[in-house]
Write a protein that binds this ligand. Structure first.
Ligand SMILES: *Cc1c(COP(=O)(O)O)cnc(C)c1O
Length: 368
């Protein structure tokens, strides 16, 4: 007889459904016998790596027998110069995902509550359950965050609130004044995490910059990442910006070397590579319009998005369409796990990739 290790896991871990990742592209291509695969499933930068970042990462590999700089001195300095935030207020992470988990771990005991929105980023419930904290999912409004209801969901036991602006997988966002009144309503003892993974893509005039609120709200943590517009998803590097007091708490629970050396070096180079960021943003603006027009022309409704993806309504359970697209070598993301069983999320790709996706939709419809 062997132990029931599942039963020995903490209560939250027993309830946890692991994050779903797709098959490696190469494997899919081999299995389906396809000549090419178009991956529009993970909101990655379709431009490929930036030259400067690639060069910096390669150079860093030459010292891979050494531990990385555990304090991330140079990257924090570069972030300080670019964003105007003190290095002591920055927490680096193995992706911003790492920072989200550090926050949950540092501030919750089993039974404490963490509030987030329905249809919000999958990592919020994962980070919550991993600590055996209680997830409180507040119903969405028009697929977006209902910030009023989220503030009203705070109880004595609430320790953390996660909000994403814009949100993934819906692409929805909230205005400056909505954020302000939300922050004013939340008690200071509750840590508010403002996840700005897609910040650099957004061009709406009323879109708030979370950094503007840090001095007024010491309970605020803004998280950002190098995975999206900076094109470093595979290296795993992101960061949180907060009051020094919160950064000090997070520094206590992070692994001493949570950010690896090639990632630190590449991130520093990527931050300085303004033309790569500009090109990426321009490509995205055009690609988002291309996808929106293409979906509209096919009578497929989508949720208006300011990020680098669109979530569209298939009008019926989306799984069959997902499979049919997959068979044609187009990988998109089912979002049933986010409470959106009829939707699929498609990331903005290169113009020809977006066109291949739209053409595959037509073929699928023609196939019946
Ligand atoms: C992609 C994404 C992140 C970033 O994840 P990394 O761990 O930095 O790669 C964070 N939040 C949201 C909402 C995302 O979509």
């Amino acid at each position: 007889m062997s132990c029931d290790f599942r039963a020995l896991a903490t209560p939250g871990v027993q309830k946890l459904t692991p994050y779903q990742t797709g098959k490696p592209e190469d494997e899919l291509q081999r299995e389906l016998g396809l000549s090419r695969v178009v991956k529009l499933a993970s909101n990655e930068n379709p431009l490929g790596p930036g030259r400067a970042a690639l060069h910096a990462a390669r150079k860093a590999l030459e010292s891979m027998h050494r531990y990385p700089d555990g304090a991330g001195f140079y990257l924090k300095q570069a972030l300080h110069e670019t964003l105007g935030v003190a290095p002591t207020c920055i927490t680096l992470g193995n992706g911003s995902n790492d920072v989200l988990e550090l926050i949950a771990r540092a501030f919750t005991l089993p039974g404490d509550e963490i509030v987030f929105s329905e249809h919000a980023f999958a990592v919020y419930p994962l980070a919550t359950l991993a600590c055996s904290a209680v997830p409180v999912a507040v119903p969405a409004r028009l697929f977006g965050h209902d910030l009023e209801a989220m503030a009203a969901a705070v109880t004595e036991r609430t320790r953390v609130i996660f909000v994403a602006n814009p949100n993934n997988p819906t692409g929805t966002w909230f205005h400056r004044h909505a954020l302000e009144s939300f922050l004013e309503q939340v008690p200071e003892r509750v840590v508010v995490v403002l996840d700005e993974a897609y910040f650099e893509y957004v061009q709406e005039t009323d879109y708030p910059n979370g950094l503007d609120y840090l001095s007024r709200f010491p309970n605020l943590v803004v998280t950002r990442t190098f995975s999206k517009i900076h094109g470093l998803a595979g290296l795993r590097i992101g960061y949180g910006i907060s009051s020094e007091a919160i950064a000090d708490v997070l520094n206590r629970v992070r692994q001493p070397f949570n950010a690896n050396a090639p990632a630190l070096a590449a991130a520093q180079a990527a931050l300085a590579d303004e033309s790569y960021v500009r090109d990426s943003r321009d490509l995205n603006t055009a690609g988002l319009a291309q996808l929106a027009e293409g979906l509209q022309a096919r009578d497929l409704h989508f949720i208006p998005s300011v990020a680098n993806f669109l979530c569209f309504d298939c009008g019926a359970p989306a799984e069959p369409l997902y499979r049919q697209l997959l068979a044609k070598g187009i990988i998109v993301r089912p979002v049933a796990g986010y409470g959106l069983p009829n939707h699929l999320r498609v990331s903005v790709g290169l113009a020809e990739e977006n066109a291949a996706f739209l053409a595959a939709l037509d073929e699928v419809c023609a196939d019946g």
